[in-house]
Design a protein around this ligand. Structure first.
Ligand SMILES: Cc1ncc(COP(=O)(O)O)c(C=O)c1O
Length: 379
């Protein structure tokens, strides 16, 4: 079988072998229900609490402040709807570049009678802090601003946003799914009340996530049933997923960040040497594994298709809908023209990406762009 070069780690990552081994053990040998009082149950319960402690420690939280969920989307829903329903009414602030797990959630809440404000971003994807301050009202109950953007890698100043929220006694949620283990987060140093995390972006399994809920935060659970997860999320805990998630967190380290940073910079610097290109998102304050470049006169979908034919997995700034090819809401929010948004390519690397793979990609892309531009009707 031909080797695949996987550069779509922003979508999902390869499960680490050590993580997979651990998951299998908790499926085939240590398969108890953590609520059962017998030995098998207690074995699972111990693994559950050890995993919780690992996730908590990674952000300097207390284990009792971690609730396991089915992933980033559920964590975002629990954070936002949970706070909204606990307050019954009020105003919520978020940004135009959030993940659909946040944007669709606030849209739903708007239909239910909550007031929503969407903050704009600048040309690099940083939220407008002044606009955020101006939008705050007496009845603002929640601010939800993502830590790092999944498409363009912009890392927001959540320390500053946290300060503003604290001064105004507003609950602050951040979706840190993309930045988790790639950028240090310390809930004792930064004011954050709720943080969404997941497993599958960090070489852990899919279908598992967590929500950090600062002690004392007013929040209502969304899934009713048993008393699991501190009564905040009913349902038998996904022990294999949870144990795998914690193992992935344990493996992640600063050396991996440096490795990705180096390869990311090499990709960006080399691709920008191609004529008529632009970097989407900032050069600094950018996620260590994210590259997003627009190539004028070509379609990102076409670049992705040619790369796929060469065994290289990437993604584009467009989301194919059944009827039309919609440009990405994130790229459009940067003030880009629609045709430039359509010409974007996202490469997201991981700690498994090698320099050799980067070199192969850098050899292929200029040729593909040249070929596509020769055929382009836009030129
Ligand atoms: C920023 C962000 N938030 C939330 C999610 C959703 O996470 P999950 O796939 O675990 O539901 C993703 C995944 O694409 C993401 O990138």
């Amino acid at each position: 079988m031909r080797n695949i070069i996987y550069m779509d780690n922003g979508a999902t990552t390869k499960v680490d072998k050590k993580v997979a081994d651990k998951i299998i053990t908790y499926m085939t040998e240590k398969y108890g229900n953590a609520s059962s009082l017998h030995q098998k149950g207690q074995e699972a319960k111990i693994a559950l609490e050890e995993s919780r402690a690992i996730i908590a420690k990674s952000i300097n939280a207390r284990p009792s402040e971690i609730v396991f969920t089915s992933g980033g989307s559920e964590s975002d829903n629990l954070a936002i709807k949970g706070v909204a329903y606990a307050h019954k009414k009020g105003h919520i602030i978020t940004s135009v570049i959030e993940h659909p797990a946040v944007l669709e959630t606030v849209k739903e809440l708007k239909n239910e009678g909550f007031d929503i404000s969407l903050i704009k971003v600048d040309s690099e994807g940083f939220v407008d802090i002044e606009e955020l301050k101006n939008e705050i009202r007496k009845d603002t109950i929640l601010v939800s601003i993502m830590h790092a953007n999944n498409e363009i890698g912009t890392i927001q100043d959540i320390e500053e946003i946290g300060k503003i929220c604290k001064e105004n006694k507003i609950i602050f949620h951040t979706d840190a799914v993309q930045s988790y283990t790639k950028f240090p987060l310390d809930v004792r140093k930064i004011n954050i009340d709720l943080i969404s995390l997941n497993g599958h972006k960090i070489h852990g399994p899919k279908g598992i996530g967590a929500l950090y809920i600062k002690e004392g935060t007013k929040i209502k659970r969304l899934i009713d049933g048993g008393k699991h997860e501190n009564k905040l999320r009913a349902g038998t805990e996904n022990i294999p997923g949870i144990v795998g998630f914690a193992e992935a967190v344990k493996i992640a380290d600063f050396g991996h960040i440096r490795h990705m940073q180096k390869l990311k910079d090499k990709l960006i610097d080399s691709l920008l040497k191609i004529e008529n290109t632009r970097l989407n998102g900032p050069k600094e304050k950018r996620l260590c594994n994210n590259v997003n470049i627009s190539f004028k006169y070509v379609e990102g979908e076409a670049i992705g298709g040619y790369l796929d034919a060469e065994g290289i997995c990437s993604s584009t700034g467009s989301a194919c809908s059944s009827k039309s090819l919609e440009p990405s809401h994130v790229l459009m929010a940067l003030g880009m023209k629609e045709e430039d948004a359509h010409g974007s390519l996202r490469l997201t690397i991981s700690r498994f990406t090698t320099e050799e793979e980067v070199d192969i990609v850098l050899e292929k892309i200029p040729k593909i762009i040249e070929k596509l531009r020769r055929m382009s009707p836009f030129k």
